[in-house]
Design a protein around this ligand. Sequence first.
Ligand code: PLP
Length: 357
Amino acid sequence: MKKFNFYSGPAILPPTVFEQAAKAVLELDNIGLSLIEISHRSKEFTAIVEEAQQLVRELTGLGDDYKILFMQGGATMQFCTIPYNMLDTNETAAYIEMGSWSKKAIKEAKLFGNVNVLASSADKNFSYIPKGYSIPADAKYFHITTNETIHGNQLQTIPDSPVPLIADMSSDIFSRVLDWNKFDMIYAGAQKNLGTSGATLVIMKESLLGKVKRPVPTMLDYRSHIKDNSLHNTPSTFAIYVCMLTLRWLRDQGGIAPMEKRNRAKAGLLYAEIERNTLFEANVAAEDRSMMNVTWIMHDKSLEESFGQFAKDNGCIGIKGHRSVGGFRASIYNAMPDEGVAKLVSVMQEFESKHAQ
Ligand SMILES: *Cc1c(COP(=O)(O)O)cnc(C)c1O
């Protein structure tokens, strides 16, 4: 039976990416060597990095004032690397808190300077996005999380910021059309919507850098990675290759706009079933629901385990909600085919017909 992977990350990738990545591990493009044994400084590998960067430019239309880097340490490492490079002890950065990931980013920033949490939805376990705050013009930067992977909420509009705007886009990067020039920095762990674990995409304006007084260790200084074009030390060559393949696939699908259209349709189908089905209930405010990570709960908690098992038995893998939220979550990233969502919907309907009173 064909199984559909709804895990949040590492996550589903397009079948062609799996095939090409597997082939390249055996032999890269008929060069007589495996992708994972060649030097990161070889012409073959530098061409891979450059193609990945070029594809990011092509998909976003961003110009040369933005640097495109592949770093390590995941999005989590960015939580501390950003304030390390950009926030002095006596300065203040603005954050909004709308889920577990933004909360972690805030915790790290506090190690380096002052943090002004402009708004939070912690009062209702992040089931909505806080609104109606204003961004102070003297903040060093404003940090947002465009999609909260665990809680299933997503910023529907990107705020206009009077200060540099930095976004953790780990779980919804390249899933929808955005005004990319609104951002001064975007980062994303690759393993949600972009590739496999081990690489972190960073898109940033160099003008953000070189302003703090503290010394920054070479490896944590973005300028080292810019200077050496993501090859300062040995990067995760395999992970970067998989990102490049996924970016190629995205381009071949027509780019971000058609992908957004499909993503809207997939999410619409699933939310409609959650609303219709008598056993389930959506747990995020309607206007703030994520198109990538769809979360819901069951009216009758005693049925949760058997629904989870039923979904698994029917080829829908990884729909258990995060332990901090409970219920269920289906991650339906770019690579999730329409059939995967249709399958999950039919599993929900079948379960209802067995259990509804
Ligand atoms: C998964 C995730 C992270 C953490 O990513 P790592 O690459 O595991 O460090 C951070 N932010 C968001 C929004 C995520 O979804």
